[in-house]
Design a protein around this ligand. Sequence first.
Ligand code: HXC
Length: 355
Amino acid sequence: MKDILDELENRRREARLGGGQRRIDAQHARGKLTARERIELLLDEGSFEEFDMFVRHRSTDFGMENDRPYGDGVVTGWGTINGRMVYVFSQDFTVFGGSLSETHAQKICKIMDMALQNGAPVIGLNDSGGARIQEGVASLAGYADVFQRNIMASGVVPQISVIMGPCAGGAVYSPAMTDFIFMVKDTSYMFVTGPDVVKTVTNEVVTAEQLGGASTHTKKSSVADGAFENDVEALTEIRRLFDFLPLNNREKAPTRPFFDDPNRVEASLDTLVPDNPNQPYDMKELIVKVADEGDFYEIQKDHAGNIVTGFIRIEGQTVGVVANQPMVLAGCLDIDSSRKAARFVRFATPSKFRS
Ligand code: HXC
């Protein structure tokens, strides 16, 4: 019996090492945490229950049969954030660049199925070079299964994606279908393929930042809802967002204890809106003053500033805010701000009220 337990512990140790210490060091040197370190920060301490730790890929092409790390490049399971259930997958860039194989996809699909069954959100921590090149169509079929579940889960459980490394191909197509997408500045990218492949195929020289960096996607394309300074800030802020959201479409958003007196008088609001309609004022000042404890979680703050979207609480209850911002373009609606508001309202409206 002791031999079996020792063997199990050895395998666990090996699984925790992912692609090996050298690649873990390289990950740290880039200012990135490992897949497991990220899960530890995201979830309540000691709450993570891992599934499929010893899954290995089945590929035998290109010598892959000689390199079969446990876990196959993704850590999956469930845990809690402030006591509320959530399913998580965290891709491990140290194992074949976090690329998605047939078995890697099956692990993700399994937790997505469980999330749907149990009515809990899914958070994906993406750090992946996309489809695993060595597996060809088996890997592409794996993405088809993940995409299918993204669609099935849409409007049923919240899906949150955090892009935490150079993500290419399917590793960004799937997040693009989720409810909220966040990035980490200077270490994360979202592109169809990387700059080297772009150079080879089109001869165009483009930097990773221009092609799919946080600034491109939060300011210009609006694919991402926000960007954070580093992994730690990103994961802390995801925990904060999670607290505003319901677990699924049958439950209400959580009501939190509040310490903001409902009878509080905010005298400055009497003068915030100028008498002269041609004079702008800062709508965010109004939002913050109305919110419980001044807590405003802004979504897409760097895109289409003429409209402001995000979450606050009033008497502990989550409220979605959509507001014109007179400080930018006089708060007029244009195509970008209309799309930004529509996307937010789509999420915030219960599915029974949607046509
Ligand atoms: C297998 C991959 C991989 C992939 C990276 N690696 N991407 N292995 N399949 N898709 C491996 C590398 O060989 C390397 O292995 C390790 O991961 C780290 O990669 P580097 O290139 O050294 O890292 P970096 O310079 O940071 O560049 C990361 C990258 C780049 C930008 C992601 O690797 C890249 O452009 N990869 C290809 C991206 C791509 O075209 N993916 C396919 C998308 S198509 P070692 O052993 O050296 O550590 C797709 C289709 C979806 O996803 C369609 C769905 C229907």
